[in-house]
Ligand binder design. Sequence first.
Ligand SMILES: NC(=O)c1ccc[n+]([C@@H]2O[C@H](COP(=O)([O-])OP(=O)(O)OC[C@H]3O[C@@H](n4cnc5c(N)ncnc54)[C@H](OP(=O)(O)O)[C@@H]3O)[C@@H](O)[C@H]2O)c1
Length: 312
Amino acid sequence: MINFKSKIYVAGHRGLVGSAIVRKLNEKGYKNIVFREKNKLDLTDQVQVAKFLKKQKPDFVFIAAAKVGGIYSNKNFKADYITQNLQIQTNLIYSSYLAGVRNLIFLGSSCIYPRNSKQPIKEKYLLTGKLEETNDAYAVAKIAGIKMCESFNEQYKCNYKCLMPANTFGPNDNYDEKNSHFLPALILKSHRIKINNLRNITLWGNGKVKREFIHVDDLAEACVFFMKKKTDHSLINIGTGKDYTIDYYANTISKIILKKKIKIHYDRSKPNGVKRKVLDISLAKKYGWKPKLNLKKSIIKTYNSFLKEIKK
Ligand SMILES: NC(=O)c1ccc[n+]([C@@H]2O[C@H](COP(=O)([O-])OP(=O)(O)OC[C@H]3O[C@@H](n4cnc5c(N)ncnc54)[C@H](OP(=O)(O)O)[C@@H]3O)[C@@H](O)[C@H]2O)c1
């Protein structure tokens, strides 16, 4: 049983999701959280990871370390995405097992599901169809992580859970122009329009596709909830269950940041990605978790933290 003194290792503690998990654990009173900087522990290095986990012997491991990026980066650097993600997750899962860690949460992504999935997407739709091509290398790595967790549960009676979040946003997001996800990229673009007093914004695709976003603090709450929860399922979706068009997000964010409506141009020569992507979160709800945060308030909070982050 995990308690406030249990040793909890958060891999990826500086990232969007990992840093939110650390904040949430601290907030809830967990006292024994361990993490390592990338320059001290490169998670793609099997020997280093095995040594670290054997020495630390944590009671619980969160795998929030990964090579993560937006559509451009996923499409153009597939070899890096598949290699690094397979390395990081395989090293962490296998070495955790060898170090006697029986409880672990592996974070994946909703892109593991087929591109033409029925909506909302249920966990059982995994491996029932073709993946979205722009990020299939990343998705295949994540699916391998899920299968690895399931296999260790089956063969060695481990308790390795896989949480599949919807698109996530919040403090410590990646605002790099070419590597970021849609929502942080939109925050950055809108902010630039504001400071340069520009009048319009250009976005990829046609603006009509629908996406779901969850604030990272809601996701972190789910991580801590499922860290303690006994479940019969190893794969659980985490989201809000609500999706809106790209155009809706663009208008909402520009109104929040610019305090006015601006002209949005859509570059239709660029890919849209899948038409609609919304998770069915009824399984998570059945276990007693549900999202709490309001979308607009969360975007305002995220913009305020973005303003602090760009000053650093
Ligand atoms: N962001 C989303 O919208 C989203 C949505 C669904 C699921 N997820 C999942 O949540 C997980 C975390 O995503 P995120 O958005 O938090 O990503 P992120 O902000 O890019 O954070 C990833 C973390 O992994 C660390 N890392 C990467 N390679 C490493 C290596 N070789 N050795 C040590 N550390 C390494 C990074 O360290 P440095 O900071 O030192 O580089 C960073 O702290 C991923 O599995 C992702 O699939 C994210």
